[in-house]
Design a protein around this ligand. Structure first.
Ligand code: GDG
Length: 495
């Protein structure tokens, strides 16, 4: 019987799904793996004095996880270093924040190799391996070196950068070459996929085969667009739960006679939080009659606090929120409620539903799941309005949102005013179209389409991936795994 092995940097399946966790990838993968048998392999989050190379197997709320600890030096060089100080800012177009140090690159290569060495002995001939995100780009190459010939797929959760930015990375070619050891590379949007293709064709002199495949470095890789989504039914259930309903009631009471605008983002410079607060300040300046009538609830859990640039933005946001509140607040009103804490997923659902406006304005974002959660949580008879950055991957599908340039305070200000005054009929029309997208890009559809494309089977969607997968199934020259999708199953005694 075949199994699906999912690999990501952190394995963070929450013990209680309703509690959730602050991170799109974690939510998506635990929702995906909970549906069927599989193994989720990655870093435990624990640090040890020396590398043990041992995999611990645990059951987390129905998800079987394989965990390895990392050495302190690995965490420094690979995780805080190459992943969070080099690739993350570069992939989010922040060359100004990107740091290159040779030791970071060495740590990155070392951890990928170590992950491959721990996982390789546990892989059975028919297993399908699905590796996630920028932390693990070279891992397929390391698995191939160890003799693994199974199907291996990669999914990038972040944007892919433009060629002009990518070439600022030392050894950029080596990184991209290692991606040709995957069978399938998935992106959230056509834009990210096209940028990857542009690098391969223009910089590495590769060729497009016209069927979604690329030939370069003497090898072939298939590419495809697989827009990630949320677990819609799970989210609706969380919204209807006792705590979800209670939170809605509490927030509706707290917002009595006022309109609530909500933002929910990890504290990250890519999320456009400073620009958002400045846009909101502009709105308060432009619309004196709205002062006292609205407030912004900004939920911002601290993230990656070991990295300097995250400490810097945290301090700037504290100061900015304080300044705006100081300038505009009244004795019974504060314009911003800025919260550095996490809420349970069911609470978030209640908060979204009680908000008249959802403000999702990243400067660059692979997809952005908050936009989809906000839409899913709305009351169909009286829905709120989503304001969405045109630079979020989600904007490629969610054109019925009020799309904005998050760098423009004036545009943000106008969009907020427009959302607050939008007639009910228009709100319902927009919400209906957006909810349709949210349902059609549910996390289960994302998972199924990706894995089917990876094993070379036709996918059920009517999008680009169907044609590609069909053609791939007919034309690929790589040895095809005998995996049957319906039969994917984990036999945990093997590990
Ligand atoms: C990466 C990519 C891509 C946030 N605060 C709390 C909380 N969250 C949850 C949200 C949402 C998730 O975290 C955030 O997901 P995003 O997609 O918005 O962003 P990233 O974390 O940057 O995720 C992104 C994603 O991967 C998936 O591919 O969309 O582009 O950057 O689910 O609700 N959850 C709880 N409490 C909080 O306070 N429970």
């Amino acid at each position: 019987m075949s199994r699906l092995i999912v690999v990501s940097n952190r394995v963070s399946a929450p013990a209680d799904p309703a509690a959730g966790s602050a991170g799109g990838l974690a939510m998506a993968l635990s929702a995906a793996l909970r549906k069927y048998d599989g193994l989720w392999f990655g870093w435990s989050g624990e640090t040890t004095d020396h590398w043990t190379g041992e995999m611990k197997i645990e059951d987390r709320a129905g998800v079987t996880v394989g965990l390895v600890d990392l050495e302190a030096q690995d965490v420094d060089e690979y995780y805080n270093g190459y992943a969070n100080k080099t690739l993350w800012p570069l992939f989010h177009h922040r060359v100004d924040l990107t740091q290159y140090e040779r030791s970071y690159g060495e740590g990155y290569e070392r951890v990928n190799r170590r992950f491959a060495e721990v996982l390789a002995p546990a892989i059975q001939p028919d297993d399908v391996i699905w590796i996630h995100d920028y932390h693990m780009i070279p891992m397929a190459r390391d698995l191939r070196r160890l003799g693994i010939t199974n199907r291996i797929g990669f999914f990038l959760h972040t944007p892919w950068p433009t060629r002009q930015l990518l070439v600022t990375l030392p050894h950029h070619r080596r990184l991209v070459e290692s991606m040709f050891d995957f069978d399938l590379i998935g992106f959230h949007t056509r834009e990210w996929m096209d940028l990857f293709t542009d690098y391969v064709v223009t910089e590495a002199r590769g060729e497009v085969d016209g069927r979604g495949g690329l030939d370069c470095f003497g090898r072939h890789v298939q590419t495809g667009v697989f827009p990630i989504g949320i677990d819609v039914d799970g989210f609706l259930e969380a919204r209807r739960s006792t705590l979800g309903t209670r939170t809605y009631d509490r927030m509706a009471a707290s917002a009595l006679f006022r309109s609530m605008i909500v933002g929910v983002d990890r504290l990250d410079y890519s999320k456009g939080l400073e620009e958002r607060l400045l846009g909101y300040e502009q709105f308060l300046q432009d619309n004196p009659d709205q002062r006292g009538e609205v407030f912004l609830l900004q939920v911002t859990p601290i993230s990656r606090d070991d990295v300097d640039s995250y400490q810097d933005i945290r301090a700037r946001l504290d100061a900015l929120a304080g300044r705006i509140n100081g300038a505009f607040a009244d004795m019974d009103w504060a314009p911003i409620r800025y919260l550095n804490r996490t809420y349970r997923r069911d609470q978030l659902a209640g908060i979204y539903r009680a908000s008249r406006v959802g403000l999702v304005t990243p400067l660059r974002d692979g997809m952005n799941l908050v936009a989809k959660e906000y839409v899913a949580a709305q009351n169909p008879d009286d829905p709120g309005v989503l304001i969405l950055s045109r630079f979020a991957g989600a904007a490629e599908q969610m054109g019925e949102a009020l799309l904005v340039n998050p760098y423009s305070r004036e545009e943000l200000s106008e969009a907020i005013q427009k959302a607050l005054t939008m007639p009910l009929a228009e709100r319902i029309r927009k919400w209906t179209a957006l909810m349709d997208v949210v349902r059609k890009t549910d996390v289960a559809i994302w998972r199924d389409n990706y894995v089917k494309a990876l094993v070379g089977a036709p996918v059920s969607d009517d999008g680009v991936t169907l044609e590609r997968a069909r053609e791939q199934a007919q034309s690929t020259s790589k040895p095809r795994s005998k995996v049957r999708w319906a039969g994917l199953k984990l036999s945990s005694e093997r590990t």
